[in-house]
Design a protein around this ligand. Structure first.
Ligand SMILES: C[S@@+](CC[C@H](N)C(=O)[O-])C[C@H]1O[C@@H](n2cnc3c(N)ncnc32)[C@H](O)[C@@H]1O
Length: 218
């Protein structure tokens, strides 16, 4: 069963090769996707990047306040700090954020939302630490007619490369995480329960990748 311990173990183990692998499997498009997400968000104030990994969203971010990243995997944060000296990185759980009410103007999640085990706990925390009118920007796989072909690609075609780079257990984790992707409607329904309104939405790469921005009421 997937637990937070498993998630941090997986990402600690892959941290050294993570950037190269992500570039390979997205044909380098991850950089463009992260820039698209950032362009949809306000540049005002402090930004919190959840599941920051090696910190790429913060490296590319142009917000005018603090840049803070959290992650469960210390190995990822060590890589991130080397890339972004002016950023702050904290080993923490998205479902229990160690920040005061109203600390941030924007929250970003790049390829993270579908990994969260308790999305409701995260959304409640996001609501607490965001300022009124603050935004959550999500970049993730979208559940679409392309999800099944992608699942097959990871499960069979990319499997030899994945197993070679990460080992069989960790590769299985990635394959199964594809199944957790959400549609626009499911995501909007989940976030609405916590008062967030979907204010912007785009898709890319044949509908496989989505960019969604949610706003906390002012
Ligand atoms: C696929 S990586 C994405 C990394 C980075 N955001 C990117 O776009 O490359 C997912 C990251 O989310 C982190 N993560 C998963 N669940 C988390 C949680 N509950 N709290 C904090 N980080 C979490 C993992 O440790 C991992 O580093």
């Amino acid at each position: 069963m997937v637990s937070k311990r498993v998630i941090s173990d997986v990402f600690n183990k892959v941290s050294e090769k993570y950037d190269i692998f992500l570039d390979l499997v997205t044909l380098g498009l991850i950089n463009r996707w992260q820039k698209t997400l950032i362009s949809m968000l306000s540049e005002e104030g402090n930004r919190l990047d959840i599941g920051t990994g090696t910190g790429e969203v913060l490296v590319k971010s142009n917000n005018r306040g603090l840049k803070v990243g959290i992650d469960l995997a210390k190995g990822m944060l060590i890589k991130a700090k080397k890339k972004c000296k002016e950023c702050y990185f904290v080993l923490a759980d998205a479902e229990n954020l160690p920040f005061k009410e109203g600390s941030f103007n924007t929250i970003t999640l790049s390829l993270v939302y579908r990994h969260l085990l308790n999305k409701e706990a995260f959304l409640s925390e996001a609501n607490r630490v965001l300022k009124p009118g603050g935004q959550i920007g999500i970049l993730d796989l979208s559940k679409s007619k392309m999800t099944y072909p992608l699942f097959i690609l990871f499960k069979y075609i990319l499997k030899p490369l994945g197993v070679l780079l990460f080992g069989p257990d960790k590769w299985e984790f990635f394959v199964h995480s594809i199944e957790n992707s959400l549609s626009k409607e499911e995501l909007a329904r989940e976030t609405k329960k916590f008062g967030f309104e979907l204010v912007d939405y785009k898709e890319s790469f044949f509908g496989l990748v989505m960019f969604a921005v949610f706003k906390k009421p002012s």
